[in-house]
Design a protein around this ligand. Structure first.
Ligand code: AHM
Ligand code: MG
Length: 336
């Protein structure tokens, strides 16, 4: 008997989920459909990244004949354009743009707010290493018309959905709408995302830590002691932990979601609020990890409780297995 999983496409899954909400208008479903198109368009370009010097502009989206866009700019524009005309979204904001992005006047504004990091890990492009796209979806708080900055500055616990697309050895679409976390792997031969990871759960405790340890000397003592602790030998607690760090948050968080352990980008002497952005990177990943039974923290409490005050604000971030993040918090607060 063939597995039924094989035939569950992302589109079908989203439609089936919609049936669970009798009052659903289909708007949200439409938004996720638009997003899966954006994912495929970005994947198509990402998978050709190494060919740019050979193919030149021939196969690039470059209708005006201008110089080829950098991949991160291409991803930014592609995601925006896939989402701007469906009538589902009233405002967007992207890591690549300083201000909020309005929907063009000639398109209808919908009730959702869409925040995204179009190409996470862009410093890894030339080395052919995993990249990603991250997104967060909120319901607007403004009543009508164009969306506002206030619509974009909502705390993470108000997210209706969040997820990421990981362009790795295979391409996956991983998302949550607050009913578990589900992963779909792209079958490039048919151009469909197929359900491959249903209801993902983060292991309660892991054996991997993932952070830029090059910043060690600039960390505060709690962070240093935590990492020292992870390197000690103690068989009963699986120590020493292994270090894995890609430098693409999507890749590091995805591995943490599947294998457990802890991913962190703490503050340090040079950057007290760390490097990663609350609205585009930390909130969506925190929602995913918490939905999968893991824990997120800014060092003191859940990332999802932080009220954003600026679009591009940074926050220290700790994500992963509940036990590992709890121990980290104990070190950070000086209780260990
Ligand atoms: P980007 O969105 O501009 O690519 O930057 C974010 C990336 C994250 O994906 C990753 O976790 C982090 O920067 C790596 O930073 P570092 O090189 O300092 O370790
Ligand atoms: Mg990023």
């Amino acid at each position: 008997m063939t597995s039924t999983k094989k035939f569950m496409t992302l589109e079908r899954f989203i439609n089936e989920q919609e049936q669970l909400h009798p009052n659903a208008t289909g708007e949200f479903t439409g938004l996720l459909h638009d997003l899966s198109l954006a994912a495929k368009l970005v994947w198509r370009e990402v998978s050709k990244a190494g060919l740019v010097n050979i193919l030149g502009t021939t196969h690039r989206l470059n209708v005006s004949g201008d110089v080829v866009k950098k991949l991160d700019e291409f991803a930014d524009e592609t995601v925006y354009r896939a989402m701007d005309h469906g009538g589902h979204v009233c405002v967007m904001a992207s890591e690549e743009n300083e201000d909020i992005l309005h929907i063009p006047d000639h398109y209808k504004a919908g009730k959702y707010v869409f925040l995204f990091d179009p190409l996470d890990g862009s410093s890894n492009i030339d080395a052919n290493i995993t990249l990603g796209t991250i997104f967060a979806i909120y319901e607007r708080v403004s009543k009508e018309g164009k969306g506002t900055l206030e619509d974009c500055l909502q705390p993470g616990y108000k997210q209706l959905a969040a997820g990421y697309i990981i362009y790795g050895t295979s391409t996956m679409f991983v998302y949550t709408t607050g009913r578990g976390v589900h992963g779909f792997t792209l079958d490039p031969s048919v151009g469909e995302f197929l359900l491959s990871h249903e209801n993902i759960r983060v292991p309660k405790k892991g054996k991997i830590y993932s952070m830029n340890e090059g910043n060690y000397r600039n960390w505060d003592d709690g962070m240093k002691y935590f990492v020292d602790y992870l390197k000690e030998t103690d068989k009963t607690t699986n120590r020493p932990y292994s270090l894995r760090y890609i430098g693409t948050m999507v890749g590091d968080a995805h591995r943490t979601l599947l294998y457990g352990g802890i991913f962190a980008y703490p503050g340090d002497k040079n950057n007290p609020e760390g490097k990663l952005r609350l609205c585009y990177e930390c909130n969506p990943m925190a929602f995913i990890i918490e939905q999968a039974g893991g824990r997120s923290s800014n060092g003191k409490h859940s990332i999802l409780q932080v009220q954003p005050t600026a679009l591009h604000q940074h926050t220290p971030v700790f994500l992963g297995s509940e036990e590992d993040v709890l121990i980290c918090e104990e070190f950070l607060s000086g209780n260990r």
